[in-house]
Design a protein around this ligand. Structure first.
Ligand SMILES: [Zn+2]
Length: 346
């Protein structure tokens, strides 16, 4: 099975009422772990790469690893998606490389730091749609700004600013109508990276999970029941993974991610794509630290990369089951980009 257009994976998820994890990758071990997890849970899946990942993997390696992935698991629908494209040029490069979906993040300017105007966002999103849809490629856009910085990407908003940059449902409706975008990333209080919250319990001082504006998701879904929403920054940052890192010499202070229950609530209200990056990073780092700590005489990379891959695999399996994509890999016949070309012409 060749790579599948992301639009189809999201359309099918909407029909089935489930969410699909979009997992970030940088290397072979992550791709193998995701595909193994998708195979074992019979899940359609989205694999995504940021600009940082493309730079790290020198693009061509990532492309070839993905070719290997679809060859090894021909029965698993998998979309390859560009995460946070910052310009038409970046999206073009990804499409030429064979990505079946691109995100243009026009919520920020091309420097990937400064919040953009609504008009600026609309303009660049339209340009990418005009480029991508005639080729059958899916487009995700973003409205409103997320907190946090990841891979040098993000406005680094303070908690107060995050509040001011939440997605406005009326504007979202306008934006989707005007652009015809396939999926919309919404800002509802999630943020990128491992440190998503500065909320603390006033009594115990314990860090609390970020406060999510679930009402915005509900309102957008009410206005546009057919709009596929995307939740970025949706790692749960499980305490047990942070504990492993800290137990074996790491230093990660108190942190909380997005509880799975909140993500499930989002999925019930139209979220179809759930972005998870940090949780796999935590699992990998913890597993490697454990080997280094317990067996300091080891020096064969396989001795720590194998447990790292297994730890990431566990995270992917859990997420695929929690988001509901498990069991759905065989539900439909995959479309090609050519099929999508005629779909967009209509
Ligand atoms: Zn993101």
């Amino acid at each position: 099975m060749p790579l599948v257009p992301m639009r189809q994976i999201l359309d099918e998820a909407a029909k089935g009422g489930y969410g699909v994890g979009a997992f970030n990758v940088n290397n072979m071990e992550q791709i193998q772990a995701i595909m193994q997890a998708a195979n074992d849970t019979n899940s359609p899946v989205i694999i995504q790469a940021s600009r940082g990942a493309l730079k790290y993997s020198k693009m061509i390696y990532l492309k070839k690893l993905m070719e290997a992935a679809v060859e090894e698991y021909p029965h698993i629908p998998v979309a390859l998606h560009l995460d946070h494209g910052n310009s038409v040029e970046t999206c073009k490069q990804a499409i030429e490389l064979g990505f079946t979906s691109v995100m243009i993040d026009g919520s920020l300017k091309e420097d990937a730091k400064t919040p953009n105007t609504y008009e600026g966002n609309l303009e660049i999103t339209m340009k990418v749609i005009e480029l991508a849809h005639p080729l059958g490629v899916t487009v995700e856009a973003e409205l409103g700004c997320l907190g946090g910085i990841e891979d040098g990407h993000g406005a680094g908003l303070s908690d107060k600013d995050v509040e001011a940059h939440l997605t406005d449902p009326a504007q979202a409706e306008e934006f989707v109508k005007q652009t015809g975008v396939d999926a919309l990333a919404v800002a509802i209080g999630t943020s990128h990276g491992a440190y998503k919250s500065s909320r603390k319990d006033p009594v115990t001082g314990e860090v609390l999970p970020p406060k999510l504006a679930m009402d915005r998701i509900i309102e957008i879904h009410k206005r546009m029941p057919n709009c596929h929403m995307v939740m970025h920054g949706s790692s749960s940052v499980p305490q047990e993974l942070v504990d492993i890192i800290n137990k074996y010499g790491g230093k990660m202070p108190g942190t909380k991610g997005i509880p799975l229950e909140e993500i499930k609530k989002g999925i019930e209200n139209g979220v179809r794509k759930v972005n998870v990056d940090t949780d796999s990073r935590l699992a990998i780092t913890g597993a490697i630290r454990k080997v280094f700590w317990e067996q300091p005489e080891k020096f064969d990379p396989r001795d720590y990369l194998k447990p790292a891959r297994e730890a990431a695999y566990q995270v992917y399996v859990e997420r695929m089951k929690a988001f509901g994509q498990a069991g759905h890999a065989g539900d439909y016949k995959p479309l090609t980009l050519d099929d999508m070309k005629s779909y967009y012409k209509k």
